[in-house]
Design a protein around this ligand. Structure first.
Ligand code: TGC
Ligand code: FAD
Length: 395
């Protein structure tokens, strides 16, 4: 087993973006950065290479405030703004995209819908336990035959008097094998999409794990299978129905990914910068060759542009003005930038770049999931195309 070299990460800030952050933002970022250096960096290679989900990280994420940073403090959340949320996701994904998945699913896809569409009893029952990491949650939208087109879902529930009966299956669900709680999107008898809270232990509910992933290996992924599951009526999220409800959750999660993927890019860039000064060939550091300098300059340019885009999107989120198309642009841009930087940074490390001593291959493989989930790269392009032309090209 190759262990990762010591985490010496230094964050690039070429356009002095720190000048736009508040003291609170900087403190939050530092505490999560320290957390990642202590809890994730020393172990992530082993976890990823062994496809091991470190369940103990859930409680630790709760302690550091990574779950539901924008949820009000009354319910155990952080009561923070969206820039804080972005910074937290950036720092965690700097460590590993799979670890960020664990945190962003819990906050944006489980706590957010319960807070936004749930009633007071549901908020009080679930949010504090999810915020503290006592419970882990997952979000079930995708089905085996309905990924990019979730409105075609077939998972359904029927009214059976004092409860609902849920049938169907979800696929590719982050956190599912270990989740205590699942927010599940299913159609009513009228064909309308609703959110239901399903709890582990309900009869007929199982969460088989998906094995053999080459990507997000430290994150646990699985199915949700519902075989005549009796769901109490009080578990329906009554605040909103229709596809718009899960899409609102995705707006928030995609925002976190935009910041997170740039965290992964920053890690790859920083490793390449350092390696280019340490590694000598032809009697000189490889960083003295123009081709290496071109790679590093282009990486820093793309990171800086993306940081600015993400920051502005955070301001728009804080003002309640961010649009789905703006979020698509940021998510799509960030993941493409990060994938390109991971590949270029890997090249700068030569053969060493393929080992687990450096983070690029792990980030690169992780980003192949990130470019697909929460809307594929092409789906985000089409969301932008619809915004520009007014014509949906999905069908
Ligand atoms: P469309 O006709 O555009 O919309 C249907 C209804 O939904 C409303 N809506 C929204 N409402 C609020 N906020 C949004 N962002 C909304 N987007 C859509 C819309 O107004 C409409 O409402 P109404 O009342 O008029 O009916 O829907 P469509 O069926 O044509 O689909 C559009 C499309 C393809 C863009 C969309 O479905 C899409 O984004 N597909 C991608 C699916 C996706 O992102 N899945 C993600 C699954 S979760 C996941 O991947 C988690 S990974 C977690 C991790 O590990 O980090
Ligand atoms: P498909 O929709 O079958 O797409 C296949 C290809 O066809 C893609 O390239 C796509 O861009 C293209 N395509 C599809 N439609 C069009 C079109 N109209 N025009 C042009 N091209 C098109 N889902 C959840 O609900 N919860 C989770 O927690 C979750 N976690 C995930 C974790 C991982 C590791 C992964 C890989 C996925 C996860 N997903 C989750 C599912 C993810 O959201 C879907 O994989 C994604 O939405 C794409 O769906 P699909 O895989 O079925 O691909």
């Amino acid at each position: 087993m190759i262990t990762a070299s010591k985490d010496q990460f230094e964050s690039p800030d070429f356009y002095a973006l720190d000048g736009l952050l508040t003291e609170e933002h900087k403190l939050i970022r530092q505490s999560v950065r320290d957390f990642v250096k202590k809890e994730i960096s020393p172990n992530i290679e082993e976890w990823a290479q062994n496809a091991h989900f470190p369940y103990e990280i859930v409680k630790k994420f709760g302690d550091v405030g990574a779950f539901g940073p924008t949820i009000p403090e009354t319910y155990g959340g952080g009561g923070l703004d969206y820039i804080s949320y972005g910074l937290i996701m950036q720092e965690i994904e700097r460590g590993d995209s799979g670890m960020r998945s664990t945190a962003s699913v819990q906050g944006s896809l489980v706590m957010y819908p319960i807070y936004k569409f749930g009633n007071e009893a549901q908020r009080n029952k679930y949010l504090p336990k999810l915020a503290s990491g006592e419970w882990l949650g997952c979000f079930g939208l995708t089905e085996p035959d309905h990924g990019s087109n979730p409105s075609g879902m077939v998972t359904n529930f029927k009214d059976a008097g004092d409860h609902y009966v849920l049938n169907g299956a979800k696929m590719w669900i982050s956190n599912s094998p270990k989740a205590d709680v699942a927010v599940v999107w299913a159609k009513s008898e009228e064909g309308r999409i609703h959110g239901l809270i399903v709890e582990r232990g309900m009869e007929g509910f199982s969460t088989p794990e998906t094995h053999g992933k080459w990507s997000l290996r430290a994150s646990t992924t699985g199915e949700l299978v519902f075989d005549n599951v009796k769901v109490p009526k009080e578990n329906l999220l009554e605040g909103k129905s229709g596809l718009g409800a899960p899409m609102m959750c995705l707006d928030s999660a995609r925002f976190g990914i935009a910041w997170g993927a740039i965290g992964a890019a920053m890690d790859c860039y920083d490793s390449a910068r350092r390696y280019s000064l340490e590694r000598h060939q032809f009697g000189k550091p490889i960083g003295s060759f123009q081709l290496t300098q071109k790679k590093l300059s282009e990486m820093l340019t793309e990171i800086t542009k993306s940081q600015l885009l993400n920051y502005r999107l955070g301001q728009l989120f804080n003002e309640g003005k961010a649009t789905t198309a703006q979020i698509s642009m940021a998510k799509r841009n960030a993941v493409e930038v990060a994938l390109n930087i991971a590949r270029e940074a890997r090249q700068i490390h030569g053969g060493m770049g393929i080992t687990g001593e450096y983070p690029m291959m792990r980030h690169m493989a992780n980003l192949e999931s990130v470019v697909t989930y929460e809307g594929t790269h092409d789906i985000h392009l089409l969301i932008l195309g619809k915004e520009i032309t007014g014509i949906p090209a999905f069908e």
